[in-house]
Structures are given as structure tokens and as C-alpha cells.
Design a protein around this ligand. Structure first.
Ligand code: JHZ
Ligand code: ZN
Length: 402
């Protein structure tokens, strides 16, 4: 039995996805014969503070280093989404001369939207290779994990921040208290801390078990997050649901009392409670549906194979690693995985060792089915592949043809 990272309470595991490799640890050919690191991949809920979390976590330096595989600027959907997000922050919360800080700025997909002649703009990004890409765009980026020390360094050099934001990052930060202390130190009295991450309510509703992997330490919902933030004098004053990553929640946070609380917060709390978001029993049911989803995907793919159909994987996502390893799907079923990221091409997927190739292969080769391992971009990809004759299979909530 494991104890809560935050409060030491007892954590009850509600879904177990087996022994899994690091989701973004793509392998070089020469490393295929070597021993691959595996760990117990499961999610649980703390019976005390109700925070859902990974049951076994991996040291952050092992995940985010000079060789990080994920570059954020991979989809038009996210480019547009972040442009809208930055426009909102600029028009509602920022004026000329203000400091805006991004935690986990990756290759600068969002940071680049802030005019550096108008605002003071700083990114914090520990993964060196992706940070380097953003520096080439002329952005100022500190290559460290954001914590109180880094916050104080920014404070001394630039003053207080009006906006601290993060997208798909805070759920990656295991030492959440360090983050909170950093935010409190750096944030202006009237400043806001705003972040978004996949929302537990959506993960459960969509059966999106592939959001559970080494990098995602937390599966947030409004209530447990509020309980945590309160300890640091912070509160959620608004929430806005987002369609990205299969359903995300954006949390608007301030120092207690500095903004009026929007009704959306109590509405979200009520919805979470109705849906059983903090109930171990309901989450256990989700665990059972996940098992069902696995059986159905394996059945669907084996049927297609027995009919002589050829299948490949579309997008070498971290999520894809989870699905293929959990369902035991290897290169006997999925011939290769296409991915647009040049640095992933020529490598092999973690655990199942399926080759990753450029999508250019589809100009000469014509498999029958694509298993959509990036279902979060289904609309964008369907549009892009219109006229290609490709048939798509998506595995969640249960395997089906798109
Ligand atoms: P995508 C990563 O997850 C990891 P992943 C991280 N932990 C996280 O939370 C999310 O991002 C935000 C390729 N692709 O974005 C490019 C195509 O090949 O779903 C990428 O390698 N063709 C930080 O890895 C991958 O798919 C396309 O048309 O699950 C995208 O993976 C498109 C649009 C993408 O994230
Ligand atoms: Zn707890």
C-alpha cells in the first residue's frame, strides 16, 4: 500500500496498467537488446485529501533532460488553442511592462505569443533540447525545474509576476508544495496563476486510461486541488473547461480574496461530486471499463488481421506507448508507427519496439487501417487525411472505426 505524496494518507489504486516502460523513452536500434526500465503503472486516490495520483513515480531528471522526446509545436489544434489562451491573458490580465512567466514552456508554442517589446516574458523549461528550440525563437528561458529558488531568482531580476501560467505541465510536477511556494513568492497581489491539465472527470468519462503514464503524476479535479492550494493561501476563483487533450480544465488561481469567485467553480464542484470523481468505488468502476476497452481493442485488431488487413499506428504519442503496452500489441499487429517529429523517426517505441517512421511512407505504402494513437487530434487529422482513403480505428472509450 502506498501513501499520498501530499498528505501521507492511504492511496487506493483504482486502475492498474501493468509493468510499463517510460512512455517517451523511444529507443535507438542499438539499445533494443538491452534491458529496458519498467515500472508499476497505476493510478490511485488518496482516501484523505482525495487527490488522484500515480502509484509509483519516476525521478523527474529521468524524464525531462537534454533528450526530451516531446516538442509541443506538433499540431495546428494546439497552436490555435494557445493563441486564444494568450490573447485572453493579454486582454484581461496584462498591461505593458508586466511580467508573465510560463512554467514548462517547452519549445515556446505559447510563450512566443507574448510581445517581448511590450511585456517581460520568461519561460522555465528543464528539458534542455526543447528549451533550446524556444531560445532560437528569441525567447528568454531558464533551464531549471520551477521551484521557490527559481521563483526568487526571477523575482530579484524582474519583479513580481502578473501572470504565471502553465499548460499540460503542473500535472507533471511531483513536488507540488515546491511549486505552490514558488507561485506564492513570485505572484503579484493582484496576479493570477492559471493552468490547465487533462481533467479527471473527462479521463473517466472517455475511458482515457492512456492519460495515465510516468509524466502525469496528478489527475486533477477542482476539489482536491482547492484543498491543496488553501494551505498556501491560494484559491481557485474561476474554472473554464477546454476541449483539448480530450477534455481539460483550466484553473484560475489567485491569492485568497483578490478576485471574486465565479459560479463556475461551485458548478464544477457539484458536477464532480455527482459524477463520483472522488469516490474510490466509482473510480474502481472506471478501472473495470478500462479492462473492457483493452479486450475490445485486441479483439478488433485481431479480427482485422485475420481478414488479412494491414494496420499501422498514427502518431508516436506517449499515450500510444501506454495503449500498446497495456494491450500487448506488438509489431505482429502494428507494422510501424508514423510520426511527424523528425527526432522520433528511426527510433522504436518503448516496450513493444515498433519502428517509428516518417508519414512520407504512406505515399508508397498503403496499409488498410490506422490505429489513431493521437485521438486528441482526431478532427485535425481526419481533415488532413481527407481523400487518402485511410480508415481510422480509435480505442477509446471502446474500439471503433471512426
Ligand atoms: P500528443 C505529450 O503527450 C507528453 P503525447 C506530455 N506529457 C503531455 O502531457 C502532452 O504531450 C501534452 C505526432 N503527430 O500531442 C506528433 C503526428 O504524427 O498527443 C507527436 O509525436 N501527426 C507533455 O505524446 C504526437 O503525434 C499529426 O498530424 O501523448 C503527438 O502527441 C499530429 C497532429 C501529431 O502528446
Ligand atoms: Zn492525500
Amino acid at each position: 500500500m502506498k501513501n499520498c505524496i501530499l498528505c501521507d494518507g492511504e492511496v487506493g489504486e483504482f486502475v492498474y496498467l501493468g509493468q510499463q516502460p517510460i512512455a517517451n523513452a523511444f529507443l535507438k536500434k542499438e539499445d533494443l537488446g538491452k534491458n529496458e526500465f519498467m515500472f508499476h503503472l497505476g493510478a490511485g486516490i488518496c482516501k484523505e485529501c482525495k487527490m488522484s495520483q500515480l502509484v509509483e513515480t519516476i525521478p523527474k531528471e529521468r524524464l525531462f533532460n537534454e533528450n526530451y522526446a516531446y516538442f509541443s509545436s506538433v499540431s495546428q489544434t494546439m497552436e490555435k488553442h494557445f493563441k486564444k489562451f494568450s490573447d485572453e491573458l493579454i486582454s484581461t490580465y496584462l498591461k505593458a511592462g508586466d511580467l508573465v512567466v510560463e512554467v514548462g514552456s517547452n519549445d515556446g508554442i505559447m510563450l512566443k505569443n507574448f510581445d517581448t517589446n511590450k511585456f517581460k516574458v520568461v519561460g522555465v523549461e528543464p528539458a534542455l533540447n526543447v528549451a533550446e528550440v524556444s531560445r532560437k525563437k528569441g525567447l528568454e528561458v531558464i533551464s531549471e525545474f520551477f521551484d521557490e529558488k527559481v521563483a526568487n531568482r526571477i523575482l530579484q531580476e524582474k519583479g513580481k509576476a502578473k501572470v504565471i501560467y502553465a499548460a499540460n505541465v503542473i500535472n507533471h510536477i511531483e513536488p507540488l508544495p515546491e511549486l505552490a511556494k514558488g507561485v506564492v513568492a513570485l505572484l503579484d497581489g493582484k496576479g493570477i496563476f492559471v493552468f490547465e491539465d487533462p481533467y479527471l472527470v473527462d479521463i473517466v468519462e472517455n475511458n482515457a486510461y492512456d492519460q495515465i503514464y510516468d509524466e502525469h503524476v496528478w489527475f486533477f479535479s477542482v476539489k482536491p486541488l482547492s484543498i491543496f492550494l488553501e494551505k498556501y493561501g491560494l484559491e481557485i476563483f474561476d474554472v473554464k473547461h477546454q476541449p483539448t487533450q480530450g477534455g481539460s480544465m483550466r484553473y484560475y488561481i489567485c491569492k485568497k480574496g483578490s478576485y471574486p469567485i465565479n459560479n463556475r467553480v461551485s458548478e464544477a464542484l457539484e458536477n464532480e461530486s455527482i459524477k463520483g470523481t472522488y469516490s474510490f468505488e466509482s473510480l474502481k468502476k472506471f478501472g473495470k471499463e478500462v479492462e473492457k476497452s483493452k479486450v475490445m481493442l485486441v479483439k478488433k485488431l485481431t479480427e482485422l488481421k485475420s481478414e488479412g488487413k494491414r494496420i499501422f499506428g498514427y502518431g508516436a504519442s506517449a499515450k500510444g506507448t501506454v495503449v500498446l503496452n497495456y494491450c500487448g500489441i506488438g509489431s505482429d499487429i502494428i507494422e510501424y508507427i508514423t510520426d511527424t517529429t523528425p527526432t522520433k523517426q528511426g527510433l522504436y517505441n518503448p516496450g513493444k519496439h515498433i519502428p517509428i517512421v516518417s508519414p512520407k511512407i504512406l505515399k508508397e505504402d498503403a496499409p488498410d487501417y490506422a490505429l489513431l494513437l493521437v485521438w486528441n487530434y482526431a478532427e485535425e487529422i481526419k481533415e488532413k487525411e481527407k481523400g487518402s482513403g485511410l480508415k481510422f480505428i480509435v480505442h477509446i472509450p471502446y474500439a471503433k472505426e471512426l
